[in-house]
Design a protein around this ligand. Sequence first.
Ligand SMILES: Cc1cc2nc3c(=O)[nH]c(=O)nc-3n(C[C@H](O)[C@H](O)[C@H](O)COP(=O)(O)O)c2cc1C
Length: 229
Amino acid sequence: MDFSDERLSYEKGILSEPMLFDNPLQLLEQWIQEATEHGAPEPYAVSLATCGNDSMPGVRAVLVREINDEGLVFYTNYLSHKGEDIEQNPNAEALFFWHEMQRQVRLRGHIRKVDRATTDAYFHKRPYESQIGAWVSEPQSGEVASREVMDAKFAQLKQQYPEGSQVPTPDFWGGYQIEAVEIEFWQGRPNRLHDRLLYRLKDATDAASEVANNSAVEHSKWTVTRLLP
Ligand SMILES: Cc1cc2nc3c(=O)[nH]c(=O)nc-3n(C[C@H](O)[C@H](O)[C@H](O)COP(=O)(O)O)c2cc1C
């Protein structure tokens, strides 16, 4: 297939400095809210990029379950491919893309496991069959002989933990917190002159380059810089 003649002019909005909040996570929440209002399905879904010792990046979709002061939280299997990458290199980047808004947000940071009490509380909020499903995927990203093997394990686990009983939280499953050090807001504009505003956590900012770059604006814990599209 050839898409080289496909063109869409991005004309749905603008992003300018006066629209910013001191806290970029507040702007992220606003953008998710606006994506929801415009009918974006699962606007809290992200593409999550990780990279382990093999230097080969991996990317996959996950659902963000919480946005907090530090960044965002998602849940997964700690023994998965992404779990291995994170064990080897505790840094990750998450990308929200809402086509309905012609917007993307890139959030990069350090990643760590959330505490067990938080994982337990979330695990038990999930529907019964999703709880059982988490047990089937041991280890997630491992090879399985067939669909039938998975279905049989699901049925066996439902007998072992009948509906109404407490399904234990697998110790190989839980949450990860990404502590944001960089958040970029991107709004598509006509003629490929998109708006890109990048928040950087000040600790992570090279002070010398901040001084040298007079387009850097002070925003509480964060500096904000406009990037070329
Ligand atoms: C929309 C969507 C949401 C998903 N959400 C999650 C999630 O929250 N957690 C998860 O472990 N996998 C989720 N998945 C599956 C992952 O994309 C991926 O297949 C799985 O986590 C294994 O990834 P890995 O082998 O890179 O570790 C989701 C997939 C899609 C398409």
